[in-house]
Design a protein around this ligand. Structure first.
Ligand code: URA
Length: 436
């Protein structure tokens, strides 16, 4: 078998066999096939796509390139949630303890902020003392005793993705539905979940900007995940404005606490309850979404979910007293206010621009090795469609230093549009795709 023949076959639009995909990917991971040939293959896939069978083969081969989380001996069901990334997207933080309190185990492996999107691990690490690198035994113990645990991915999970993603990044082949599907799904299946609820974001602050693209990715994730024997649902959600009122690392911990006390922002609560309901349905502890929602609301109202969150914080080294002491007061001293230039209605708070401004402030990072600030970010006083009067406070910016404020302010100001009339209402949950 020769790599060049396989590349040519894909270039000509034919379907590759499992053996051919395995030859190239395994050879690449072992260092036997050079970057330039795999780059060509990736570009051929970018233009010619992959059939569902090819995507499933690629996902399986990537999955088997590394370790899988061993959850054997722990009573399930194990259901996870994955977001394709957004701004102010703190959903995993309240969701995991809520779902765990309802009796479904959540083995959650999360990522860090990169570019304009935030990262769950960075948010958790803003809690004084909290650590996110759990050994397998500690991860298992957290799942057994609290129903969930939060960790990052080790380098042993899907090493093929690390190599392939780095190559895609420099060969303009990231935005390919089959490649994204295999990258995301291989990592999720390695976590050992029986089912996965995908939150596929759509809009300016999302990876997928249009509903058509988001739908294609969602359909591909559901089809490939189902073909691999997993229960999979994709919920398409709006990411054209940030979620909630707070964007930042510790700021989003504060909003998480609000949610777990039942008083979180409307959009965050809506999404948490919807995704949570799906997780309970996939986990078999709720017969339908209505019943799932009632269960999720009950564990918030009873304080059980908040209690589990505290238990997790304490288990992972976090100082609860310090977290609560700093709540709503721990802010960077470098502050700038963004006020309305005229009266009207907020017609947009562009999520991409806010996310990019957040990188200047120190919420996110441009390169994986950059540090983030726990106290940087945005506190919004308004959401889209709200009435504003000239000079009224729309948002407060907190920067990692004084220099970060000016570029962030300029970018944030350009994210805001004010119109004379109320903008048309828009839905947060756009569509749901199931395997049926
Ligand atoms: N997130 C991933 O993990 N992989 C991709 O390819 C794109 C987004």
């Amino acid at each position: 078998m020769r790599a060049v023949d396989i590349i040519m076959k894909k270039r000509n639009g034919a379907e590759l066999s499992d053996v051919e995909i395995r030859f190239l990917i395994e050879g690449y991971v072992k260092g036997e096939i050079p970057d330039y040939q795999v780059s060509s293959l990736l570009m051929a896939i970018f233009f010619k796509g992959m059939t569902p069978a090819e995507t499933a083969s690629l996902t399986n081969i990537m999955l088997n390139s590394g370790d899988r989380m061993d959850l054997s001996g722990i009573a399930g069901p194990f259901i996870d949630k994955h977001s394709t990334g957004g701004v102010g997207d703190k959903i995993s933080l309240p969701l995991a303890p809520i779902v765990a309190a309802c009796g479904v185990k959540v083995p959650m492996m999360s990522g860090r902020a990169l570019g304009h999107t935030g990262g769950t691990l960075d948010k958790l690490e803003s809690i004084p003392g909290y650590f996110t690198s759990l050994e397998l035994s500690a991860f298992r113990k957290g799942i057994i005793e609290d129903g969930f645990a939060m960790t990052g991915q080790t380098s042993r999970v899907v090493p093929a993705d690390k190599k392939l993603y780095a190559l895609r990044d420099v060969t303009a082949t990231v935005e390919s539905i089959p490649l994204i599907t295999a990258s995301i799904l291989s990592k999720k299946v390695a976590e050992g979940a029986d089912g996965i609820v995908f939150d596929v974001k759509c809009g300016s602050g999302a990876f997928m900007k249009t509903l058509d693209d988001a739908r294609s990715l969602a359909t591909s994730l559901v089809a490939t995940g189902s073909a691999m024997g997993k229960q999979v649902v994709a919920v398409l959600t709006d990411m054209s404005q940030p979620l909630g009122y707070k964007v930042g690392n510790f700021l989003e911990i504060e909003e998480t606490l609000d949610c777990l006390e039942g008083k979180g922002p409307g959009d965050v609560m809506e999404l948490v309850y919807r995704l949570g309901s799906w997780m309970l349905v996939l986990g078999g502890v709720a017969k339908n979404l209505d019943e799932g929602r009632v269960r999720c609301e009950e564990v918030v109202a009873s304080g059980e979910a908040l209690d589990l969150f505290y238990r997790n914080v304490s288990r992972q080294g976090g100082n609860i007293a310090e977290m609560l002491y700093r709540r709503n007061t721990w802010r960077s001293e470098h502050v700038r206010e963004l006020r309305a230039e005229r009266s009207g209605y907020l017609s947009s708070i562009d999520a991409l621009e806010i996310g990019l401004a957040g990188v200047y402030l120190g919420v996110g990072r441009n390169r994986t090795e950059d540090a983030v600030s726990p106290t940087a970010g945005f506190v919004f006083n308004k959401k889209r469609s709200d009435r504003v009067e000239k000079g009224e406070l729309i948002a407060t910016l907190y920067g990692k230093d004084e220099e970060s404020l000016e570029p962030a302010y300029t970018m944030a100001a350009s994210a805001i549009s004010i119109s004379d009339s109320v903008p048309p209402a828009s839905a947060l949950i756009l569509e749901e795709i199931t395997s049926q």
